[in-house]
Design a protein around this ligand. Structure first.
Ligand SMILES: Nc1ncnc2c1ncn2[C@@H]1O[C@H](COP(=O)(O)OP(=O)(O)OP(=O)(O)O)[C@@H](O)[C@H]1O
Ligand SMILES: [Mg+2]
Length: 455
C-alpha cells in the first residue's frame, strides 16, 4: 500500500492507480495541457474537480523538492504548490516504483515554448525576461539558491500587460538564511548557461525574432537582475538634512511593487551624512493592498491596474470622503462583479477574472477614444466579449487548449508533449542521458565527460 506524505491529506488520492508506472497511466486519469521539457515523467492528472501535476522521481529528490516548495509557499514566493509525495509504490509484480511528487497545476500558466510557438514580439520577450528576473531576485532575497534557473523550470502567467513568473522545479534548490554574493553569482552563472542554450534552441527552431540574439538576451537578463538587486538592497548616502530622501526611496520601491519592512539608517556621528539600506523587502505591495481591501487575490500588475480603477471609480462616484474599505466594497459589487458575471460561462476559461477585467479596461479605453465618448462599462463588456474574448485560445484546463497553444499541430501523444507532433518527420531525437547508452566521443560535445563531472 503506498504512503501519502501531505500537509493536507486527501482521500481522493487513494483510488488512483499507484501500482502502474506514471508513463502508463490510463488516459481517463490524464489531462492534456501544455508542458515544458523535463527529464522525469510528468503527467497532469485529474483528481475530482482539480488538476494536479504528477512527477515520478526518486525518493530523496521527491521529498527534498516537496520541502523546498513548502518553504517557498510559506514565504508567499511564486512557486507551484506542493500537495503530496506518494512513496512505497509497487507494481503488480511487487517490484518497487519511484515515488510521485504531486503539485497543484498552476492554472492559466504557460510554459515558455507554448508562448514562443505562437510567435512572440520582441517587446514581449523583454516582459518575459523581466518576470524571470523579478522571480530570481525574490528567490535570492529570501535566501533560496535555485541552482537550476532555466526557462523550462519557470511557468508564465499573464499579469495585466506584463507576465508573472513562477518557479516550477525546486529539485536542486537550497534554502539558506542569507545568500552571499558568491552564491548569487554562482546561480547567475548557471542561469546564463541554461538560458543561453534555451535561446539558441528557440533561434534554431526559428521561434526567436531575428532582431534578438541569445547573447544579447542573456546579457540583458544579467543587467536587469543587477539593476533590480541594487535598487532593492543598495546603500544610499545623503547629506544629513535630506531626510525626505528616505521617503523617496521607499516610494520608489513601492512603485516597483516591493514593500520595505525594515530600513537601516546610519547617521554619521556629527550628523553630516545619512546612509540608508532597505533590509527586509517583500514583493507584492499592490497585490497585498488589493487583497486587504477587496479580498481579490491577483498578480502584482493586475492589482496595480485594479487599484487605479478603484480610485477612478471612487472619484467618479464622489466617494473620496468615504472610508476606503467601504468604497472598495461598493466598487466590487457595482463594478467588478457585474462585469465578471456578464461573461458567458463557456468563455470564462480564457482568462482569470482579474486579467479579464484589466483587458476590458483597455478595450473600453480604445473604444472610448475611437468613438469620442465615454463608453460605459456594461456596454464595453459586451463588445469585449464579442470582439476579443471569443477569439482567444483557452488558457485554463480544456482538452483543446493543447492544440491551440502548440500552433495548431497535432501532438503524437497529447498527454506527453515531449513525444513531438504527429507530422514530425523521421525518428524523434534520442536523449543519450535517458537511454544510458555510451555516446561515441564527439569533438564538439563530449557528453560522457559531462556525465562524469555531474556525478
Ligand atoms: N504544478 C504544475 N503546474 C503546471 N505545470 C507544471 C507543474 N508541474 C510541472 N509542470 C510542467 O511540467 C514540466 C516539467 O516539470 P519539472 O521541471 O518539475 O520536471 P523535471 O523532470 O524535474 O525537469 P528537469 O529536466 O529540469 O529536471 C514543467 O516545465 C511544467 O511545464
Ligand atoms: Mg524542470
Amino acid at each position: 500500500m503506498p504512503r501519502f506524505l501531505s500537509a493536507q491529506p486527501s482521500t481522493r488520492l487513494i483510488p488512483l492507480p499507484w501500482n502502474v508506472p506514471l508513463a502508463e497511466w490510463p488516459v481517463e486519469y490524464l489531462v492534456a495541457l501544455p508542458r515544458g521539457i523535463s527529464r522525469h515523467v510528468v503527467r497532469f492528472i485529474r483528481v475530482g474537480e482539480d488538476v494536479y501535476a504528477a512527477k515520478e522521481v526518486i525518493e530523496t529528490a521527491a521529498l527534498h523538492e516537496y520541502r523546498m516548495l513548502q518553504d517557498l509557499h510559506r514565504d508567499d514566493t511564486p512557486a507551484v504548490e506542493p500537495l503530496a509525495v506518494v512513496t512505497g509504490r509497487r507494481d503488480l509484480e511487487g517490484d518497487p516504483l519511484d515515488p510521485v511528487l504531486l503539485t497543484r497545476h498552476l492554472s492559466y500558466s504557460l510554459p515558455y515554448r507554448s508562448l514562443f510557438n505562437s510567435g512572440v514580439r520582441p517587446d514581449t520577450v523583454g516582459r518575459l525576461l523581466d518576470a524571470l528576473v523579478v522571480l530570481l531576485v525574490r528567490l535570492h532575497l529570501i535566501g533560496f539558491l535555485w541552482l537550476d534557473v532555466s526557462l523550462s523550470n519557470v511557468l508564465f502567467r499573464r499579469d495585466a500587460g506584463e507576465f508573472a513568473a513562477y518557479l516550477v522545479d525546486a529539485e536542486t534548490g537550497e534554502m539558506h538564511d542569507h545568500l552571499t554574493d558568491g552564491q548569487r553569482a554562482h546561480d547567475l552563472q548557471i542561469a546564463t548557461t541554461n538560458l543561453f542554450g534555451e535561446f539558441c534552441d528557440l533561434e534554431a527552431g526559428r521561434m526567436l525574432d531575428a532582431s534578438l540574439s541569445p547573447e544579447w538576451l542573456v546579457e540583458s537578463i544579467l543587467a536587469r537582475y543587477h539593476a533590480l538587486w541594487d535598487e532593492l538592497t543598495g546603500v544610499e548616502e545623503y547629506a544629513g538634512d535630506e531626510l525626505f530622501r528616505i521617503e523617496g526611496r521607499v516610494r520608489r520601491l513601492n512603485a516597483l511593487g516591493f514593500d520595505v519592512a525594515e530600513l537601516e539608517v546610519d547617521t554619521a556621528a556629527d550628523g553630516s551624512t545619512l546612509r540608508i539600506q532597505p533590509k527586509v523587502v517583500d514583493a507584492g505591495h499592490h497585490s497585498r493592498r488589493l487583497l486587504r481591501l477587496t479580498g481579490l487575490d491577483t498578480e502584482e500588475n493586475q492589482a496595480r491596474r485594479l487599484l487605479n480603477d478603484l480610485d477612478t471609480w471612487r472619484y467618479r462616484n464622489t466617494l473620496q470622503g468615504t472610508d476606503e474599505g467601504i468604497a472598495a466594497h461598493r466598487w466590487l459589487t457595482e463594478a467588478f462583479h457585474p462585469v465578471i458575471a456578464a461573461v458567458p460561462n463557456d468563455l470564462a476559461g480564457k482568462r482569470d477574472d482579474a486579467q479579464l477585467y484589466h483587458e476590458l479596461l483597455d478595450y473600453r479605453w480604445y473604444e472610448s477614444e475611437r468613438q469620442g465618448r465615454e463608453v460605459p462599462l456594461t456596454e464595453a463588456v459586451h463588445g469585449y466579449v464579442r470582439d476579443v474574448l471569443s477569439g482567444l485560445p483557452d488558457e485554463v484546463v480544456s482538452s483543446d487548449a493543447m492544440a491551440t497553444v502548440e500552433g495548431g499541430r497535432t501532438l503524437a501523444n497529447p498527454y506527453d508533449p515531449s513525444q513531438g507532433f504527429e507530422d514530425d518527420e523521421g525518428p524523434m531525437p534520442v536523449d543519450p542521458w535517458e537511454t544510458g547508452e555510451e555516446v561515441v566521443a564527439n569533438p564538439y560535445l563530449d557528453i560522457s565527460s559531462f556525465k562524469k563531472s555531474k556525478d
